[in-house]
Design a protein around this ligand. Structure first.
Ligand code: BUP
Length: 441
């Protein structure tokens, strides 16, 4: 019979970019004799349970609260239903454990679901808020929240200590996009509503990676960096059998691109992905296609199923001698494959951390929100890649993308970038290893 030190309930938000970091963290906790219950939506619960049969995974929402964002009230209506249902069901779940051998000692909740902290307060248990964005991105949003809620702003967003001075184009795209994303932006800023009461504030990052920002945020909250949250098998190999990842919360993936990668030369492939959220326009797709057609390197390009029909006619046939286009790939296996030479990435935080963890140089093609500041760090702070410059249409043209790919793949700069990428990979491994800065919990 297993004996545990404590029982922790982990409450991830059900989006693709949120599940993995929190489930991976749960695995790390479980390896330290902590009993884990994961509470999530019914379909995510099913996927997570299939992959991780050692956890208790419970559903606290019917899928996913009547109609999701397409239901009554749009995004805001969905969030309100989500919150009301979550509060009730999570309270019941935790309360039910009270007289068992392992009552719940702590809630680890996605910072996106700040209402979960009210459950902890009401039931008198500890709580940790988990951010799935970088310390720097959160550090730039926080003063905006203070500003809106009339609190004293700890420091202006433009002067995070120890960082190169950030200019407006490097900041998360709040200012320029308020018209386009108001409910989303307000949702992001709500993450801070009662953050001051959190017992811990967790980040999927590591101290060395964001040293000065971590120091600054640690003066405001009890910050703990716990990343990178990639499976142990890829880094320190300390957690037994830790090689699974929820690659796609919607469907299982097939392995065809790995067979193709196995046939490519070391460091010869450009891996291109705009992530699971961004949808490209026909014009953008044409520019990426042009860059890949002209580049002297092979490519593996992930497009959305909806984008496939937007590819230039005959593109797949004409480039089949050097590249493949897929609608999903097992990104960790791809990034850790020796054939991959660089990652053309939208720089979502998971993708950025994964590139850092595997020492893969980046061509950054940020689209919005925190991707902008992540891309800035990639080029200016960690020096592991270059940011492609947008033209008057707001995206990188084929020439520019091709130039960036060449810059990262070859020459003196490419060599330096590769060296830096390998150094960060080693530091990431050190952070997560026993006694490392991300192992202190
Ligand atoms: Br696309 C894709 N395969 O083809 P996001 C993503 N992933 O394994 P991020 C795959 O999904 P945003 C694919 O490794 C990451 O851990 C990927 O991807 C994996 O996250 C996870 O959504 C989520 O692209 O971007 O990079 O944080 O900010 O857009 O959510």
């Amino acid at each position: 019979r297993r004996v545990y030190r404590a029982h922790v309930v982990v409450v991830p938000y059900h989006g693709q970019g949120h599940i993995n970091p929190m489930v991976q963290f749960a695995k790390r906790l479980a390896s330290k004799e902590i009993k884990i219950t994961i509470a999530t939506t019914s379909s995510t619960a099913k996927t997570v349970q299939q992959i991780f049969d050692s956890f208790s995974v419970v559903s606290i929402y019917d899928d996913i609260v009547e109609g999701g964002v397409a239901g009554p009230g749009g995004f805001k209506g969905f969030l309100d239903r989500f919150e009301a249902g979550g509060l009730k069901n999570l309270t019941e779940l935790v309360a039910k454990q009270e007289n068992t051998e392992y009552p719940v000692k702590c809630l680890v909740h996605d910072a996106d679901m700040m209402w979960a902290s009210n459950v902890a307060t009401e039931l008198g248990i500890a709580r940790a808020a988990f951010f799935t964005q970088s310390c720097a991105a959160i550090g730039t949003y926080y003063p905006m929240h203070c500003d809106l809620s009339g609190k004293e702003v700890p420091l202006p967003a433009f002067a995070i200590p120890g960082l190169p001075k950030l200019r407006t184009p490097n900041l998360p795209s709040l200012g320029s996009d308020t018209g386009r994303y108001p409910p989303l932006i307000m949702h992001i800023l709500r993450q801070f509503d009662n953050i001051d009461k959190a017992d811990w504030v967790l980040f999927n990052s590591f101290d060395m990676l964001e040293e000065e920002v971590v120091k600054w945020l640690s003066k405001i909250w009890r910050v703990r960096t716990i990343g990178p949250t990639v499976p142990s098998v890829y880094l320190d190999k300390r957690v037994a059998d830790d090689n699974d990842y929820v690659f796609n919360i919607h469907k299982p993936i097939t392995g065809t691109c790995l067979d193709w990668l196995n046939k490519q030369k070391i460091g010869s492939v450009v891996y291109v992905s705009y992530g699971s959220v961004t949808s490209l326009s026909v014009e953008q797709i044409a520019e990426v296609a042009e860059a890949l057609r002209r580049s002297s390197y092979s490519f593996l390009w992930v497009v959305k199923p909806t984008e496939e029909s937007m590819l230039p006619s005959n593109f797949k046939e004409e480039t089949s001698y050097k590249g493949i286009v897929v609608t999903w790939c097992p990104q960790l296996e791809v990034l850790s494959h020796e054939a991959v030479g660089c990652f053309v990435s939208h720089c979502g935080w998971n993708s950025t951390m994964e590139a850092i963890s595997f020492g893969v140089p980046v061509v950054a093609i940020p689209q919005f929100l925190d991707q902008i500041i992540n891309a800035h760090f990639v080029e200016q702070v960690w020096k592991v890649g270059v940011v492609s410059k947008a033209d008057e249409n707001g995206f990188a043209c084929g020439d520019e993308l091709e130039r960036c790919i060449t810059e990262v793949m070859e020459g003196v700069r490419g060599h330096e970038i590769k060296r830096n990428a390998i150094r960060w990979k080693e530091l990431a491994k050190e952070a997560i290893s026993e006694g490392g800065s991300s192992d202190m919990y």
